[in-house]
Design a protein around this ligand. Structure first.
Ligand code: GDP
Length: 311
C-alpha cells in the first residue's frame, strides 16, 4: 500500500492543481515582480509573486484571516521565493496548535462529534481500523441512537475492522449507551473506546446539552476522560464549515480535527484556516470511502504537496 505521505499527497491533488494553476497562469504581470522559478522563462513560467500566492490561498479556501497572516509574514521574511516563504509560514501555522494528547491512561476514550453528512460515522469505522491495525484493542459505542441507519452502518464497519460494538435500541438515551460501552470496555480490558455521537437533534441547544451529558458520564466512569474529542469537518464545505466548527468546539471541548473528503475537493487549504482560527491540530484526514482511507495528518507533507512538490 502507498505510504501515508503519498496518500496525503494524492488526497490533496485537486487543491494542489488549483494552486499550481493560479501560480502558473501567466508571466509576472508587473515590473518588479519576483522572477519566475529557475528554468521558468518558458511559455508556462510560474507567477511566483506574493500577490499570486495570496490569490491562490484564497482560491484554495485558506480564508481571509489566515491569508492576511501569511502574506504579512511573507513580506517580513526576505529569504527565498514567495513560494518558499509561504511554505515556511504555513508550516508554522499548522504546528502552532494545541498538542495532541498522548495515550496515557486506559481505556483511552475518544468522542467523535460533528454534524450529519460530514462523514462522522465512516470516520468512526476508519478510526477503529487505524487503532486496530496499530495493535490496539478497540470498542466502538453507537451513541447516535436517533439514526438507526447510522448504527447499522457502524455495525458493518466495526465487523470489517474486527472490533467490538456496543449499541442500544433505537431512541435509547445516548449517555446511558455510552456509560454501558465504557463499563464494558473496562470489564473486557479494551484499550481504546470510540464514541459516535449524534450529529443533529431538534435544536442546537439540545445537541450541545447531549454532548455535555455524554462528556460528564464518560468522566464519571473514567476520570480524566474523554481524552480526545475529535470534531469531524467536511473539507468540501471549506470556509463555510468554520462558523459551525467554532460552535462545536465551544460546546464539546473538541481538541482535535478530522478533515474528511479531502480527496474530493480543491478547498484543501481549509486545513490552514482551521489551524489558524481554531488553534486545533488536524489529527487525521479522510482521503476516500474505504476502511483504510483515513491517514494521520502530516503538516510537512501537506506543505510539500501544495507548495513544493513537482513545480
Ligand atoms: P455522517 O452522516 O456524518 O455519519 O456521514 P457518513 O459517515 O454516513 O458519510 C457520508 C458520505 O461521505 C458517505 O457516502 C461516505 O462514504 C462519504 N465519505 C466519508 N468520508 C469520506 C472521505 O474521506 N472521502 C470521500 N470521498 N468520501 C467520504
Amino acid at each position: 500500500m502507498a505510504s501515508v505521505f503519498d496518500r496525503i499527497r494524492a488526497g490533496l491533488a485537486k487543491t494542489a492543481q488549483q494552486i499550481r494553476e493560479r501560480l502558473g497562469a501567466s508571466e509576472p504581470a508587473h515590473a518588479g515582480a519576483t522572477p519566475a522559478a529557475p528554468g521558468g522563462r518558458s511559455t508556462n513560467a510560474k507567477v511566483d509573486t506574493v500577490e499570486a500566492v495570496e490569490d491562490a490561498l484564497i482560491a484554495a479556501d485558506v480564508g481571509l484571516p489566515a491569508t492576511q497572516r501569511i502574506v504579512a509574514a511573507m513580506k517580513a521574511d526576505g529569504v527565498g521565493t514567495p513560494r518558499e516563504r509561504v511554505a515556511r509560514v504555513v508550516l508554522n501555522i499548522l504546528r502552532d496548535v494545541q498538542p495532541t494528547p498522548a495515550i496515557s491512561t486506559l481505556p483511552h476514550v475518544i468522542l467523535v462529534v460533528g454534524v450529519n453528512g460530514t462523514g462522522k460515522t465512516t470516520t468512526v469505522g476508519k478510526l477503529a481500523n487505524v487503532y486496530r491495525s496499530a495493535g490496539r484493542s478497540v470498542l466502538v459505542c453507537a451513541a447516535d441512537t436517533f439514526r438507526a441507519a447510522a448504527v447499522e452502518q457502524l455495525a458493518v464497519w466495526t465487523e470489517r475492522a474486527g472490533v467490538d460494538l456496543v449499541r442500544a435500541q433505537s431512541g435509547a438515551d445516548p449517555a446511558a449507551v455510552t456509560f454501558d460501552a465504557i463499563t464494558a470496555a473496562k470489564a473486557r480490558g479494551r484499550e481504546i473506546v470510540i464514541v459516535d455521537t449524534a450529529g443533529r437533534l431538534h435544536t442546537r441547544a439540545n445537541l450541545m446539552a447531549e454532548l455535555d451529558k455524554i462528556r460528564r458520564v464518560v468522566g464519571r466512569v473514567v476520570p480524566g476522560a474523554p481524552h480526545e474529542v475529535l470534531l469531524v469537518l467536511d473539507a468540501t464545505v471549506g470556509q463555510n464549515g468554520l462558523v459551525q466548527a467554532r460552535e462545536f468546539v465551544a460546546a464539546s471541548g473538541a481538541n482535535g480535527i478530522v478533515l474528511t473528503k479531502l480527496d474530493g475537493t480543491a478547498k484543501g487549504g481549509v486545513a490552514v484556516a482551521i489551524a489558524n482560527d481554531l488553534k486545533l491540530p488536524i489529527r487525521f484526514v479522510g482521503v476516500g470511502e474505504g476502511l483504510d482511507d483515513l491517514v494521520p495528518f502530516d503538516a510537512a507533507t501537506y506543505v510539500d504537496a501544495l507548495f513544493v512538490d513537482k513545480w
